[in-house]
Design a protein around this ligand. Structure first.
Ligand SMILES: Cc1ncc(COP(=O)(O)O)c(C=O)c1O
Length: 378
């Protein structure tokens, strides 16, 4: 029997493994309460204005969407102060990253990023059979000098996430500007600002959309601050000559109609955005304080999550398993390049409190078994 030959780079591709689904987890175990703080989603749910707009629009869903996502692109343009020709929407940043790799790289080309960033870029590069070059993080942040030094003849794209996922760290305007001055004009810089709203109030945070480089594309998503992860909407903004090429490789009818309606309405929901950012600020502070009291090592974050670090990958795994046993889903970020890291995003007040109580118990259990092990050795 003849078999279909799978190309090597697809056969060996490790697909994106998402955070555990609550329903899947509930089926597996019999727990009275499950809290998921593993995918940096908005704990408040979707913007209420988005839900209402989608409800009102469902009867129009039998029609194909406008391939240019006219209303949404115009609403985004107004919001960010950019002409519509510089904006393209897609089914989330994840889809846009894939299109960017597809549109701007060829055989043998390299994409450079950090070893310890958003896993979606690794998958996109490998899926297109391009060479992924990763540069170690420095103090859990993008090492922009080392990345600039690594750019070579085959480099086509540099991918940066600011703030970074899973570390929550950011680089400053000054660092970014000095980096851009070193990047050759034929290398495209992709600046992923999935967590923009949480970081923008930081005085040194560089708003990527304030820059006008011919080799810069900024991506943003509606998945986090607007609570629309399940709808799949994001956009890329950059010079028209690049955006035009992304349109060529993008699927014609994305985002879906309800997704476009939801995102357009969400853009008008300032109050929801303010409440989201305010809640995150308070919950992150609560998490920071408690981790510090417990002696858990943590990386200072400007996003909507905190990365905890454990002395080894197996202790991180043990912590993760202990949390799961008690109904808390957090994210072991080994696949992101940090095997001893556990990432937890902020929840509602109630969810955050539940999570911190679970963490306190799991941590106490681990400390107790470590001291038993130490005394057994001595
Ligand atoms: C840095 C970063 N970029 C992109 C995404 C994915 O965004 P989207 O839901 O728009 O695909 C995430 C989600 O975790 C992220 O952390």
């Amino acid at each position: 029997m003849s078999m279909i030959k799978i190309p090597k780079h697809i056969e060996t591709l490790r697909p994106y493994i998402a955070g555990k689904m609550i329903e899947e987890f509930a089926r597996e175990r019999n727990l009275s309460r499950i809290v998921k703080l593993a995918s940096n989603e908005n704990p408040l749910g979707p913007s209420p204005k988005a839900i209402e707009a989608v409800r009102q629009s469902l009867d129009k869903s039998f029609r194909y969407v406008d391939p240019g996502a006219y209303d949404l692109v115009r609403a985004i343009g107004e919001r960010i102060g950019r002409p519509t020709e510089q904006i393209v929407c897609g089914a989330g940043t994840d889809a846009l990253l894939s299109y960017i790799v597809k549109a701007f790289t060829g055989d043998g080309d390299e994409v450079i990023t950090a070893d310890g960033t958003f896993i979606g870029i690794y998958v996109s590069v490998r899926k297109h059979n391009r060479t992924l070059v990763t540069v170690p993080l420095k103090d859990y942040s993008f090492d922009l000098d080392a990345i600039a030094a690594r750019i070579g003849d085959r480099t086509r794209i540099v991918y940066l996430a600011n703030p970074n996922n899973p570390t929550g760290t950011m680089f400053t305007s000054r660092q970014f500007e000095s980096f851009m001055a070193k990047v050759p004009s034929n290398v495209l810089v992709v600046l992923d600002e999935a967590y923009f709203s949480y970081a923008e109030s930081h005085p040194q945070y560089p708003d990527g959309l304030k820059y006008d480089f011919d080799n810069l594309i900024v991506t943003r998503t509606f998945s986090k601050d607007y609570g629309l992860a399940g709808f799949r909407v994001g956009y890329a903004c950059g010079p028209e000559y690049l955006i035009r090429e992304i349109y060529k490789v993008r699927l014609a009818f994305e985002p879906s109609y309800p997704a476009q309606v939801a995102a357009t309405a969400a853009l008008g929901d300032e109050a929801f955005l303010r409440t989201t950012v305010d809640l995150n600020g308070r919950m992150l502070e609560k998490m920071r304080t408690r981790f510090e009291q417990l002696g858990i090592v943590q990386i200072p974050s400007v996003a909507n999550f905190i990365l905890m670090l454990f002395p080894s990958a197996s202790l991180a795994e043990q912590f993760n398993a202990g949390c799961l046993d008690r109904g808390l889903i957090v994210r072991h970020v080994a696949g992101f390049g940090i095997p001893n890291g556990i990432r937890m995003n902020s929840g509602t007040e109630d969810e955050t409190e539940f999570a911190l109580e679970v963490i306190e118990k799991v941590h106490a259990g681990m400390m107790a078994s470590a001291s038993v092990a130490r005394s057994a050795q001595s």
